[in-house]
Design a protein around this ligand. Structure first.
Ligand code: UDX
Length: 429
């Protein structure tokens, strides 16, 4: 099948690469000249495990080509995926400017036979319905389908190949058929529903996961208050099949480019229709307070932060990425500085980006160097390099063996046996 992908960013490039790898001919349209130049040489401008190899392989086979002209890609594609950015507006709603711009340009190219436009980007609820109305009004041959992505950063390629489900929102089976054909060889469970439900499934999934994290963080606070262990609480809860064990890791709160944005967008969507968004407001509020609560605990335990040197390990919103968007580790760094601490930070990948976001922080190339002379170690992102460091090596560098483990990465019993004062999130002291 001939497939066009509009937008060669994170979502678009992964989509284009996977679809080409499934044996289809893909033309991907990217307007940024620098990105385009790299892509046209078969190089991947973003880092995502396994992606560069798939892009290079399919580019070499000429199954994946890159152009700057949206009209050329539109003419080429029997199916056209819109993968442009939909960043958040001030009020939390997704900014749909790039989407409507691309959609309008596609509609301007007459289709002599029925073609499918696929909304891959996360869009405002009701977008596909409105887009279809506009297409019909023009008497065009385009059918709008919703096919949200659920990829996690760092594991996007394997997530695509092993997707729990493929969601196709379409007016009917005929409109969904082209997507079924594209994804056939993936052989993943597929659910077809109407377009608005598909758009809501995307938001519902991310917001539910965010709520799950906030719920366990609330339980963590209760564990601290009553003397329980949140890891055991999560384990016991997770053994109930209806709940499941994943996304129950208490910590400093969720971050990244999706959860916060999608919670805000669904709150906004609810308010637009006078639906009360209290459930989500609670999840958002817990997440907002999690880093503050964590720093409060550090301050209380150390008897103040003014002038104290604190080692901070981890700045990215999760391991295996240099992304610091909405990173709670950055919030913690800034809050520590605001309260007078001298922060010595390290992250294996995110320091370059963090420099602008946490200007009061001193950065160290080696994680153990950041620990030298510090009154305590704060662990904010659970990188393997930290996990694999001998606690004795850390201890020798700190003024006192005190650790605030924001990801519950270390074993409290082992640490205390090794002479550490260990403070996890939701773990009895
Ligand atoms: C998420 C969704 O998982 C994905 O389906 C969607 O398409 C995009 O958003 P991503 O942002 O890459 O993916 O990160 P994810 O691995 O889901 O983690 C998000 C945040 O939650 C991280 O800050 C992580 O540390 C935190 N988290 C996750 C917890 O605090 N506890 C958990 O149990 C799980």
């Amino acid at each position: 099948m001939q497939v066009a992908v509009i937008g060669g960013g994170y979502v678009g490039l992964v989509q284009a690469a996977i679809v080409a790898d499934l044996g289809h001919d893909v033309m991907c349209c990217e307007i940024d000249p620098e990105k385009l130049a790299a892509l046209q040489q078969g190089k991947t401008p973003i880092y995502e495990q396994g992606l560069d190899e798939i892009v290079a392989r399919n580019h070499a086979k000429k199954r994946l080509i890159f152009v700057s002209d949206l009209a050329e890609a539109t003419r080429f594609g029997e199916v056209i995926f819109i993968c442009v950015a939909t960043p958040a507006n001030e009020d939390g709603s997704p900014n749909m400017d790039a989407y409507w711009d691309a959609f309008g340009k596609i509609l301007d190219i007459p289709a002599d036979k029925p073609k499918i436009i696929v909304n891959k980007s996360t869009v405002a609820v009701g977008t596909a319905r409105e887009a279809q109305r506009l297409a019909d009004e023009k008497g065009s041959n385009y059918h709008v389908v919703s096919n949200p992505e659920f990829l996690r950063q760092g594991t996007a390629v394997s997530d695509a190949y092993n997707a729990d489900r493929i969601i196709i929102g379409a007016k009917g089976y005929a409109e969904a058929a082209a997507l079924l054909e594209i994804y056939r060889d993936l052989n993943r469970p597929t659910f077809i529903c109407d377009t608005t439900s598909a758009e809501l499934i995307k938001y519902a999934s991310n917001c539910f996961l965010a709520s799950k994290i906030s719920f366990i963080n609330f339980m963590a606070e209760l564990c601290e208050a009553y003397g329980g262990d949140v890891k055991d609480v999560a384990r016991g809860m997770g053994m109930d099949k209806r709940i499941g064990p994943s996304f129950l890791q208490a910590g400093i709160g969720y971050g990244g480019s999706c959860f916060g944005k999608d919670v805000d967008a669904l709150v906004h969507a609810a308010q637009l229709k006078d639906v009360r968004p209290e459930a989500l407001l609670a999840a958002r509020s817990v997440n907002h307070h999690q880093p503050v609560r964590f720093v409060d605990r550090i301050e209380r335990t150390l008897g103040g932060l003014e002038g104290k040197t604190i080692a901070l390990w981890g700045l990215a919103f999760k391991p295996e990425t240099d992304d610091i968007r909405d990173s709670k580790a950055i919030d913690i760094a800034n809050e520590l500085v605001r309260r007078g601490a001298v922060v010595h930070a390290h992250d294996p990948e995110a320091m370059k980006r963090a420099a602008a976001a946490a200007p009061g922080v001193c950065f160290f190339d080696a994680h153990l160097d950041a620990a030298v002379g510090a009154e305590a170690l704060v662990l904010a992102t659970e990188w393997n390099v930290y996990r694999n460091t001998d606690p004795e090596e850390i201890r020798q560098r700190l003024v006192r063996p005190v650790i605030f483990d924001g990801r519950n990465m270390f074993d409290p019993v082992e640490m205390r046996r090794g002479g550490w004062k260990y403070y996890g999130v939701g773990r009895a002291e």
